[in-house]
Design a protein around this ligand. Structure first.
Ligand SMILES: Nc1ncnc2c1ncn2[C@@H]1O[C@H](COP(=O)(O)OP(=O)(O)OP(=O)(O)O)[C@@H](O)[C@H]1O
Length: 227
């Protein structure tokens, strides 16, 4: 379970996460809010990519301040722009790199890579240059490269923002099918149908926390009220 205890973070003078306390234990959690409301900064705190100025982020009781490696093994992170996440020349190499230092034998590594490529519809692209994949396939590769490490939690920061409608559906359905806990940041509000809990963020604070329908309604109405 991930717990935030009175977490605050600023960039220079600008406070972007403002005294947030949360317990994140539901299987499917959405995080929505206007551009610049602090969602990405909050999300990056969940696996220690950002360490808060004040307060604590605890993953299964481990503080992100000081347990970065263990925490990144437990909490995977998918970015919106897959190009920033894909680091190896070919599809299989990119997935394989996540298992470096895992202690698995070569045969075990091969089996794990093949299984994950198969599961994410990339088996036929195994030895293809990763940069030649379509946008949807690249996002699937970025997801596969995180999933191969078998994290317990997956934080996805707008994974569908750069995709066409069909690929939005493909990625959304893939995320829905995962056993892992998923924490999804998105501006595609219809992808939150069936989620257990949706948080709305505004100016660094959680201003709504509840069912998806009510959260989306709250968010849409608050945006309509904006000058
Ligand atoms: N590394 C950084 N250095 C300085 N300012 C930053 C940094 N990262 C984010 N910010 C600023 O912090 C504020 C919150 O950004 P953040 O990315 O957390 O918001 P967001 O809700 O995810 O926005 P979006 O929906 O546009 O992705 C923004 O004003 C942003 O410009």
């Amino acid at each position: 379970m991930i717990r935030l205890v009175d977490v605050t973070h600023a960039y220079g003078e600008r406070v972007v996460v403002d005294h947030v306390s949360l317990e994140l234990e539901e299987h499917r959690i959405g995080l929505i809010g206007a551009n610049g409301s602090g969602k990405s900064t909050l999300a990056r705190m969940l696996n220690g990519l950002v360490v808060p100025d004040a307060g604590r982020v605890l993953v299964d009781g481990l503080d992100t301040r000081g347990h970065a490696r263990e925490i990144r093994r437990r909490v995977g992170f998918v970015f919106s722009d897959a190009d920033t996440q894909i680091i190896m020349p070919t599809v299989a190499e990119d997935v394989r790199i996540g298992l470096r230092g895992s202690g698995l034998s070569r045969a075990e590594t091969d089996a794990r890579v093949d299984a994950i490529l198969d599961r994410h519809g990339l088996a036929d692209h195994r030895d293809h240059p990763a940069h030649l994949l379509s946008g949807g396939q690249k996002q699937m590769l970025a997801l596969a490269s995180v999933m191969v490490t078998e994290p317990r939690v997956l934080v996805c920061d707008e994974p569908t923002t750069l995709l066409d409608l069909r690929n939005v559906r493909v990625i959304t359905e893939t995320l829905r099918g995962l056993e892992q806990q998923v924490i999804l940041l998105t501006h595609h509000l219809d992808t939150l149908v069936g989620f257990d809990r949706v948080l709305v963020m505004d100016e660094g604070r959680i201003v709504f926390d509840g069912e998806p329908d009510a959260a989306v309604k709250y968010y849409v109405e608050s945006m309509e009220r904006r000058p």
